[in-house]
Structures are given as C-alpha cells and as structure tokens.
Design a binder for this molecule. Structure first.
Ligand code: G3H
Length: 483
C-alpha cells in the first residue's frame, strides 16, 4: 500500500465554521489499496484455507461457532458508533440505522442456531437400498464478499457470516458508501478470528477486486449490488466454471392494484414500500399499476401519503426522507423525471422532485407509459411511477417480459381475482406479497429472485447451504471410519 487515502464525505451538508460555506461534511478516510495490496490480502485468505487443510476449515463446528459468538459480543459493544456512522455516511434515519444494526445481530444469532440444528440433522446416518451414509457439509474455499451501500452492514454480513461459519476464509470489501462504519469492528475481526480468516480491503473496485477475480483464487463471489457489477466481476475469473456465485441484483418490483383493492390501505402500504429509505432498497416497490378507472381516486391518496412524510436530517426525530448518499443522485432522478415529462407524465404531488443539496422531495408521476425510462429502469431513489392499465393482461405481460424477477405485490380483496394471478406469477418472481409491500424480512424466509435479479437463495438456513457443499461418506459394509 502506497499510503494513499480516499476521503469519505457525508451526504449531509454542513456549514464550514471558517469559510461559512455549505458543503458535504468530511467524515474521515480509508486506505486506497492498489492491486498488489489487495492480492496480499487474498493470499492471506488462501493460506488460511490451505486447500481445505487449514485450521479454520478443519476446526470443529462448535469451536468455529465460539469465535463468531465472541465477535458478536464485541460487535454489540460498538452499536452506538456503527449506528451513528450509518446515519452520517448513508443518511439512514436513526430508527432504521438502529434496526439495521440489531437485525444484523439477530441474523448472526439465528445463523448460529440454524447451524447447530443442521449439524444435529447431519449427524444421523441415512440408509437407502442397503447403502449407509452420512452427510458432511464442507466449505468451498475463499469467498469474496461485497455488499451494497443501502444496507452496508446487514446485506454484507448476510453473506460474510454464513461463509465464515461454514469454514470458508473471506476477503471482504465494504460498500463504497458505508465504508467507515466497518472500522469500529476491525479490532473485533482481528481479535476474534485466527489470522487470515477474514481480510478487509479498501480501494477502487476495478483495481482491487478486479485483480482478485483475475487471479483465479476466488472460489465464491458473494455480491449484492448491480447486474453490471456482478457480470463484470464474474467475467474476469479465468475459470468461471470453478466459481460459485451468490448474487442479489437489480429489481423493479411492481405493485399491482386490482379493481377490488381497498384504496386507502393500499395507498399507505404502497408509499411505505416505495419510499422507505428514500426508495433505496432492492425490495422497494418501483412501479405501480392501477386500473385506469381507479387512478383518479388512488392518486390523491398516494400524494397525501407522500406529503405526510417528514424530510429531515437522519438524526432528527421522525425523519423519513433523508439525504441521498450517492453523489449526482438528485441529477439522475431529475433526468428520469424530465424524460417522463417529455413523454407525457406529470408530477402529481406538489414540490415532487424538488431538491436542496442531496435532500429530495419524492415525486409521484402519472401516467407512466412504456416509452419512458421509468417504465423499465430501476430508479433506486424517491420516485413513484404510476402506470394505468385497462386490462390485467397488460400487467401480466409486463411481469412476464421483465428482465427482473425479485418480488411483486398484489393489492385486492377478492381471492378469486388474486388466486389466478398468484398461479401465473409464481414462476416469475421469488416472492409474491398480498396486500403488503415487498420486503426481505423475516430473514428466515427465502430471499431470492428470478431472471436477472438473483443467483442463489439467502435465508438464514439457505445461506449456510450456499457457502458449503454436501459430501456423502457411504458404505455398503460396516461403518468404520464414518463419523
Ligand atoms: O436492498 C435490499 C434489502 O435486502 C432489502 O431489505 O426489504 O428488509 O428492506 P428489506
């Protein structure tokens, strides 16, 4: 490492005491590693794994669990620091920042429980057609874990923790925004795990993780982020057939409002699902289909829900819409609004799309139609596009032809209308929500997607399987040596 640093700024702007100017607050800096330094970290993980013979992959499961329990205890001591950084670095409001931290701790606890249960189940012999055998779940090797800025702790740990617990060694690159909040945990990583088991790298993605992938020494790519990012990385691996990918990718989850929907309840749930954390969730509702005849009744209800949202700084009581962490994001949102306007849509709510600095008032757009960018593109921000439809077949066509397939929500009160849609959509998306928004939780439920939205499933239990493989030890004779 050359000593070069990358400055980290907050999306929250403050007044500089000396110059009086308003600018993004500087929060700190991280080392900017070059490819050689990143490869040194990878080599540490490779050595610790040692082709499956290392101390960590061969350690008895209960002992590995004890390391993770120690880490959890140390992590909980850092709650205030991490929650504070979640607010300052990515603009997450205080309640959601605390929830992300606590949910991550719960996830670790639940994973420990699930692993103990799985171990008990695997300790039984199975017999079939005279063959006696036992399953042993073994690790895959070295995992490269990368999470997104919107859940820089939770989403990253939902791959990092199961990967470690199954005996893999890990290189972990924190999200681009939400990078400093890992710092309070570095000492805990160091003191709770043997050397080389977990290795944190910082720096420009192409230079650092690009070099890791090109080396061919990464066995598992666990990546939650964009499709482009994932395919660029996978392409670099010299032996793609030897690489296991566990991916959570782009989504454009639709809300489908049926003629029989309870409109006030629907409006409330749709706006909560579309705009929690400013719409920056892969699970957010990103396009709303409404029967044309009901649009006039639903739009004012949606607008009223948006008007009631409190725009504020993340630490202020009741803050719901907060600054956007990605530089240039407000311009990107403004360009989507301009494109929709050019093609005939209007911003329905007053002040929708107005912004000051990185704080943007959400925009409700209607009528959104196929020639607009917002119809297909994932906005990942505070825009709520509403599409009128005359016949439900138009919505079915949208879902079936979409490149994405994470989740969808159906709003209605008539089971005879909902049931057939569930049947049609069941092989299009990973989860169908009835009268409720799309979401990942509870974390014990399968979290996955179809088409370009995911590879693999990441519930607590499923994640343990993603980062391991079953080996069967079997005999037709006596069981000596099968333990
Ligand atoms: O960005 C994707 C997250 O996994 C969403 O999780 O639905 O619990 O907010 P969530």
């Amino acid at each position: 490492w050359s000593g070069e640093l990358a400055e980290v700024f907050s999306p929250v702007q403050i007044r500089d005491e000396t110059t009086g100017q308003i600018a993004a607050a500087r929060l700190g800096a991280t080392p900017l590693l070059d490819s050689a330094a990143a490869l040194t970290a990878l080599d540490a993980a490779v050595r610790a794994y040692d082709l499956g013979r290392g101390e960590w992959p061969t350690m008895p499961l209960l002992q590995r669990i004890r390391h993770v329990e120690q880490f959890l205890a140390a992590m909980q001591q850092k709650r205030a620091d991490v929650v504070n950084l979640l607010m300052w670095e990515i603009g997450k409001n205080a309640a959601d920042a605390a929830k992300e931290f606590d949910r991550t701790c719960d996830y670790i606890r639940d994973t420990i429980q699930a692993l103990k249960q799985q171990d008990r189940a695997d300790s039984h012999f199975i017999t079939e057609q005279g063959v006696l055998g036992k399953i042993r779940r073994v690790p895959l090797g070295v995992a490269l874990c990368m999470g997104p800025f919107n859940y820089p702790l939770n989403e990253t740990f939902t791959t990092l923790i199961p990967a470690l617990m199954m005996g893999n060694t890990v290189v972990f690159k924190p999200a681009k925004y939400g990078v400093l909040l890992i710092e309070p945990l570095l000492d805990a990583f160091r003191s709770c795990f043997p050397a080389g088991v977990i290795n944190v790298i910082y720096g420009r993605g192409r230079e650092t993780v690009g070099a890791l992938m090109q080396s061919g020494k990464v066995d598992v790519l666990a990546f939650i982020g964009t499709n482009k990012g994932a395919s660029d990385l996978k392409r670099l691996h010299p032996k793609p057939h030897r690489l296991k990918a566990v991916l959570g990718l782009d989504a454009k989850n639709p809300a489908i409002v049926l003629p029989c929907a309870d409109l006030p309840a629907t409006a409330k749930e749709v706006i909560a699902g579309a705009l929690a954390f400013n719409g920056q969730r892969c699970t957010a509702l990103k396009i709303i289909f409404v029967p044309r005849a009901q649009a006039a009744a639903l739009l004012p209800l949606l607008a009223a829900q948006i008007d009631a949202l409190k725009l504020a700084m993340p630490w202020q009581a009741g803050a719901q819409i907060t600054p956007l962490p990605e530089p240039g994001k407000t311009d990107a949102m403004a360009a989507l609004i301009a494109d929709a306007r050019d093609h005939g849509a209007q911003v329905v709510n007053s002040g929708g799309g107005d912004f000051a600095g990185s704080l943007m008032r959400p925009a409700l757009l209607y009528p959104v139609s196929p020639q607009m960018r917002l119809y297909q593109e994932e906005q990942f921000g505070p825009l709520v596009p509403v599409v009128p439809y005359d016949d439900i077949s138009e919505v079915i066509d949208y879902v079936i032809h979409s490149n994405f397939g994470q989740q969808l929500s159906i709003f209605g009160t008539d089971g005879r209308a909902i049931g057939p849609l569930v049947d049609i959509f069941a092989n299009q998306v990973g989860r169908i929500n009835i009268n409720s928004q799309c979401q990942r939780s509870p974390d014990s439920f399968p979290f996955t997607g179809r088409k370009d939205s995911a590879e693999g499933t990441l519930s607590v239990q499923d994640a343990l399987h993603q980062f391991s493989i079953p080996t069967l030890v079997a005999t037709k004779g006596n069981e000596a040596g099968i333990n």
